[in-house]
Design a protein around this ligand. Structure first.
Ligand SMILES: Cc1cc2nc3c(=O)[nH]c(=O)nc-3n(C[C@H](O)[C@H](O)[C@H](O)COP(=O)(O)OP(=O)(O)OC[C@H]3O[C@@H](n4cnc5c(N)ncnc54)[C@H](O)[C@@H]3O)c2cc1C
Length: 313
């Protein structure tokens, strides 16, 4: 069976959930091979989880390079020759790796897909109004998969280990000399979260985003924001959901004071269950919501939070 490369997304010795989604998707194309690029011993720490989720092979590419995403691109480039395809998470970093890899290897790039079959891939387009099917006309296509779009199926793979060299960069004009991650706080990351509570312009101010955060924390959820909320300075840009923000597909998406413009829907419409709270019963968000509450978010969200807290207690 043809090998399918899966770039493992990992942080601090933990595999990100999106990697398991990629391994599940890879099985539709062939035999999944997980590619771990990281410091010494990184692949050893992750091997059990990868094997349990279907990795037949685990490539360990050890490096202490600080070059931003360059080792990932170089390693995948060196392995792509016999692969039926490469699956990468459609995260900000994943999209960067995928673009560079596709250009270097002359591969077709299928981006932000929500389904993978032996015959091609599916995209959710025009704000989720259509599902388009696509196929690359090249060998070993590079495919980025929207986080949350694939239901994880655990089935053990062979987990055979192999060390690979990280090819040295050549002809560089500049080198990244250091990196420091931003401290993200205790909430889950947007693209990893099972539950997201997002606030829009209806929240009205940065201070009042505590209402969104309060409900999110009661649910163990990530916080998101519409572009209008971000542009108004209510919440930082890295939390924006939508066409020009992050694409998310959580199990539960709660929209507070968000009208549901097509550019917002483009980033959240594939969520499994959508709950909208808006005081305007005509708001387009209700067209995609599974449950809608016509009301003032400042009355509804605290009540929801109280109920959740009571039921947890
Ligand atoms: C090229 C392009 C890219 C874009 N990309 C994005 C993107 O990535 N993400 C994104 O979100 N947008 C994006 N937009 C902007 C998008 O078109 C909308 O302007 C934006 O999504 C509106 O945000 P909103 O729903 O928070 O605000 P509004 O449309 O102003 O809606 C606010 C809603 O809050 C409700 N409300 C007000 N007060 C309350 C209350 N107390 N209780 C309950 N409800 C209340 C109102 O009824 C209203 O429906 C993009 C636009 C363009 C042109």
């Amino acid at each position: 069976m043809a090998e399918v490369l899966v770039l493992v997304d990992h942080v601090d010795g933990e595999i990100k959930k999106t990697t398991y989604e990629l391994l599940t998707a890879a099985k539709a194309l062939g035999s999944p091979s997980a590619v771990v690029v990281g410091g010494a011993g990184a692949a050893d720490k992750l091997a059990d989880g990868l094997t349990e989720h279907g990795a037949d092979k685990i490539y360990a590419a050890e490096t202490d390079s600080t070059d931003f995403l360059a080792p990932e691109v170089a390693v995948l480039e060196s392995l792509i020759g016999s692969a039926a395809g490469v699956l990468i998470s459609a995260s900000a970093n994943g999209k960067e790796v995928a673009g560079r890899l596709a250009v270097r290897t002359g591969s077709g790039l299928l981006s932000d897909v929500v389904g993978v079959t032996g015959d091609g891939v599916q995209h959710s387009i025009f704000g989720g109004a259509y599902t388009a099917e696509a196929k690359a006309n090249t060998e070993h296509p590079v495919i980025t998969v929207r986080p949350g779009a694939i239901d994880i199926e655990a089935s053990a793979g062979a987990g055979a280990r192999e060390s690979v060299e990280v090819p040295a960069a050549s002809g560089r004009q500049a080198t990244v000399t250091g990196r420091e991650p931003i401290q993200g706080g205790s909430r889950p990351e947007l693209t990893e979260a099972t539950v997201i509570v997002s606030g829009g312009r209806g929240v009205g101010s940065a201070e009042d985003f505590t209402v969104v955060e309060g409900l999110a924390d009661s649910l163990g959820a990530a916080v998101g924001a519409s572009r209008a909320a971000v542009d108004s300075g209510y919440y930082p840009p890295q939390f924006q959901v939508g066409q020009t923000g992050k694409s998310v597909s959580p199990q539960l998406y709660i929209a507070l004071g968000i009208s549901g413009a097509i550019q917002h829907r483009a980033g959240m419409q594939t969520s499994k269950t959508i709950v909208a709270v808006n005081k305007d019963e005509e708001a387009p968000i209700f067209e995609v919501a599974d449950f809608g509450i016509v009301g003032d978010l400042f009355k509804v969200a605290p009540q929801l939070q109280d109920e959740v807290t009571k039921r947890k207690g």
